[in-house]
Design a protein around this ligand. Structure first.
Ligand code: COA
Length: 432
């Protein structure tokens, strides 16, 4: 097989690639910072040639122009996780939202949402013809494996990540060469509240634990307080820059892991160039599709698995809302429940939900008697274990409703405790 000849025969321009998409197609876009931006821009520029193209995407990191006003007759965005650039489109009805666990997205593509076109971004091929999916393996690899047509942007600045993370050039239909800086996610600002939450969460982490951390200031704050721990491991949906520091400090070694010993297991990456340089050709980091990494049955094979995720409201029974405020969809379940369940089932595992005690600059309590009307319950009260705020830790598993309410009120913001206690006393006909 003359790989060079095969590769060259598939090269087209982004504009030519956009023409391969037809009206009525279902198009899946490579996830998060793995979005193939040149082909998407060409598709948007070519919009007048399409009617009713369905664009399926999860965490969208670019402008999502296909979901902006004026695009309705050309594109219909089907979001699996609403983000900053798609929130307004979903709440105004211009785009749709489909609830689903992240671990189940590959099976959706196989069974419920067959794909016409997968638009992906990969590295250039190695000497054997294999391109790495780089920063986004997750649903991107499974989508490319079941799509009728695969269009790949080949980016020489994409880090070459390892694991089950490759597509052979013979399985790509068209190639668009486009070298560009992979989208960066700058580290969030960590304030005193996040630090207090981080310190409480870190107190629950024993040496030898394996961690899953979400995105944002709270997970990054947790990492700040892990510097004295020993032999931590990572089995996480994603990692960001904070993990690099702990690997370099010798805290994350993966030596105590019971599966994939010595390896960092992830399905996607989002960070700065520092993270992308760290993962490039690094055999310590292995990327697998999301139906493996986020499968609760795989997660539970670790010991001392600790999941740390965030939410927007918790009611006095311990029901957790993480993805909507009332009927307004603000994100999605992502991998939250996959990891809550996996860590709960794992020997000595702990699932932690960490949040600031208030929102809207202290005006709203996140611990509430009832979730806002219309809010989706993301993590149910039967799954929830630890809730952490800047005021401390509430362990809910094994506690009756009365004691759950007590534990939650004790970590709520002091300004809201009197009204929460009043509700608790009315509900349980007892003295707090
Ligand atoms: N009532 C009203 N508004 C609230 C609120 C509440 N109880 N809680 C949060 N908000 C608002 C905030 O003020 C903020 O608004 P702004 O964007 O206008 O400033 C917005 O909602 C987001 O809240 P914030 O606490 O800043 O969110 P975050 O960036 O820390 O993310 C989640 C928190 C819950 C949205 C996010 O962690 C998530 O989507 N989780 C589910 C997915 C998941 O866990 N995946 C697994 C790991 S990747």
């Amino acid at each position: 097989m003359n790989l060079e000849k095969i590769y060259k025969s598939k090269i087209i321009t982004a504009k030519q690639a956009a023409v391969k998409i037809k009206s009525g197609d279902r198009v899946v876009i490579g996830h998060a910072v793995g979005e193939p931006t040149a082909v998407i821009d060409a598709m948007v520029a070519n919009c007048n040639d399409y009617e009713n193209v369905e664009i399926v995407h999860m965490v969208a990191m670019s402008k999502s122009e296909y979901a902006q006003p004026g695009m309705e007759s050309h594109f219909r965005h089907n979001s699996l996780f609403v983000g900053g650039s798609t929130r307004e489109a979903v709440s105004s009805g211009r785009a749709d939202f489909t609830p689903c666990y992240f671990s189940e997205v590959p099976s959706l593509f196989k069974e419920e949402l067959p794909i016409d076109v997968a638009l992906i971004q990969v590295t250039s091929p190695d000497e054997h013809g294999f391109c790495s999916y780089g920063v986004s393996n997750d649903y991107t690899k499974p989508a490319a494996e079941c799509a009728k047509l695969v269009i790949a942007e080949v980016n020489n600045k994409m880090p070459r990540t390892m694991g089950d993370c490759f597509i052979h050039v013979s399985n790509i239909d068209y190639i668009v060469e486009f070298d560009h800086q992979v989208i960066e996610l700058n580290p969030p600002k960590i304030g005193d509240i996040e630090k207090a939450i981080g310190e409480h969460c870190a107190s629950l982490v024993e040496d030898g634990s394996t961690l899953q951390l979400g995105i944002g200031a709270i997970p990054d704050a947790v990492l700040l307080f892990l510097k004295q721990k020993k032999n931590l491991g990572i089995h996480s949906e994603m990692i960001s820059d904070g993990v690099v520091e702990l690997v370099e400090a010798g805290v994350i070694t993966g030596k105590s892991k019971t599966i994939h010993s010595g390896k960092i297991i992830v399905t996607f990456l989002m960070g700065t160039q520092r993270l992308y340089d760290f993962v490039n050709n690094n055999p310590m980091v292995e990327m697998y599709p999301v139906d493996y990494v986020n499968d609760p049955i795989v997660i539970m094979k670790n010991t001392k698995m600790i999941s740390i995720n965030s939410c927007v409201q918790v009611d006095l029974m311990g029901q957790v809302a993480s993805e909507s405020i009332g009927l307004k969809q603000i994100s999605g379940v992502g991998g939250q429940v996959d990891f809550v369940r996996g860590s709960n089932m794992c020997p000595d595992g702990k699932s932690i939900m960490a949040m600031s005690s208030t929102a809207a600059r202290g005006k709203i309590s996140k611990i509430v008697p009832f979730l806002d009307e219309g809010s989706a319950v993301t993590t149910g009260r039967n799954d929830v274990n630890y809730i952490v705020t800047e005021y401390g830790i509430a362990k809910l598993k094994g506690k009756n409703l009365k004691n759950r309410g007590r534990a939650l009120i004790n970590i709520s913001h002091p300004n809201f405790r009197p009204s929460l206690i009043k509700e608790w006393e009315k509900r349980f006909n007892a003295k707090f």
